[in-house]
Design a protein around this ligand. Structure first.
Ligand code: IPM
Ligand code: MG
Length: 368
């Protein structure tokens, strides 16, 4: 059988630095676990704009459609802030999500024991935290039409449209219920049914899917503003949170920060099964391109490495190897390995990006 294929789009800022460590980890699985991937690389975001004048070249889009999984670093940076909206680095990322139809965005917010002191919340509120946010990723106000800035009565008007079809809500809901069955068996769905018709439909469809096929999963509903409040009040009440594209964007940043460092959190964006049975998939860290520290070799590669662990689990059915990689990361953190973003008040000398890669590789070796 052919090796599974990966397309690496490292992107901008710290993207290439953290992705270098992921490449070493991928190499390790080839050498030591007989899990060899065919890896190709291409440009996205500002890097693609610099080379081609667009944030994602059509050839790159075509390659992304063919591989088993895409690994993305980060896009954007101050250099590109004043570009026309249509060629901003973020448009490259949104095009990948839309054209690959990656409707289910899985954003775990997990608190590593060794880092429980890093949260802005009290330790007892977040120790052992393990939430999975399922964010709808291909519709809603990010893509709804009409949109744009128009002139009406000599005045500029900015328009975006929140739009959801039943089918879009249903497939996101199914993804959330399926995940819940493998976890704590609880889904909390968040919208604004008190002010938005799309929220009323969202709640109805989630209830219908629940009654039809997932009645054994515990389902609750919350208005998204209350959900944000509950996330910082008592985050451990949640197992799987199901929400739309825009609320998911905001709630997932909030959930991420509960764990103390954005530099720790991975994500998976999944679509429909391909001919080989694997889902269309892209994996990326939740953090951005961090232009302030880019090129200095001090970024934390863990979120990007954990994103590869998610690829092992969700694309390649290698759950045991994903566990191995996650355990290696837990081990190095427990042993005190820290990049700059993880330095507590006690101080110490932070590891650089490559050094963090080194200790994780050593922990992987030790796991054999
Ligand atoms: C995210 C990011 C993106 C989004 C940006 C970079 C377009 O914030 O993945 O959460 O808004 O979806
Ligand atoms: Mg975001």
């Amino acid at each position: 059988m052919a090796n599974p294929s990966l397309l690496i789009l490292a992107g901008d800022g710290i993207g290439p630095e953290v992705m270098d460590e992921v490449k070493r980890i991928i190499g390790w699985f080839g050498d030591k676990r007989d899990l060899t991937f065919d890896v190709s690389e291409d440009l996205v975001g500002g890097a693609a704009y610099d080379a081609h004048g667009v944030p994602l070249h059509d050839d790159t889009m075509a390659k992304a459609q063919e591989v088993d999984a895409v690994l993305l670093g980060a896009v954007g940076g101050p250099k590109y802030d004043n570009l026309d909206f249509s060629v901003k680095p973020e448009r490259g990322l949104l095009r990948l999500r839309k054209e690959m139809d990656l409707f289910a965005n899985l954003r775990p917010a997990q608190c590593f024991d060794a880092l429980a002191d890093f949260s802005s919340l009290k330790k007892e509120l977040i120790a052992g935290l393990d939430i999975m946010i399922v964010r709808e990723l291909t519709s809603g106000v990010y893509f709804g039409e009409p949109r744009g800035i128009h002139i009406e009565d000599n005045m500029r008007v900015g328009i975006n449209t929140q739009r959801y079809t039943e089918a879009e809500i249903e497939r996101a809901a199914r993804a959330a219920f399926e995940l819940a069955k493998k976890r704590g068996n609880k889904v909390c769905s968040m919208e604004k049914a008190n002010v938005m018709e799309s929220g009323i439909l969202w709640r109805d469809v989630v209830n219908e899917v629940h009654q039809a096929d997932y009645a054994d999963v515990e389902l609750s509903h919350m208005y998204a503003d209350n959900g944000a409040m509950q996330l910082v009040r008592a985050p451990k009440q949640f197992d799987v949170i199901l929400t739309d594209n825009l609320f998911g964007d905001i709630l997932s940043d909030c959930a991420a920060m509960l764990t103390g460092s954005l530099g720790m959190l991975p994500s998976a964006s999944l679509g429909l099964p391909m001919a080989n049975g694997r889902p269309k998939a892209m994996y990326e860290p939740v953090h951005g391109s961090a232009p302030d520290i880019a090129g200095q070799g001090k970024a934390n590669p863990i979120a990007c490495i954990l994103s590869f662990a998610m690829a092992l689990r969700y694309s390649f059915d290698e759950g045991a190897e994903a566990d191995r990689l996650e355990a290696a990361i837990e081990k190095v953190l427990a042993d005190g390995a820290r990049t700059g973003d993880l330095m507590g008040p006690e101080g110490g000398t932070p590891l650089g990006t490559t050094e963090m890669g080194d200790v994780i590789l050593a922990a992987l070796d030790a796991s054999l």
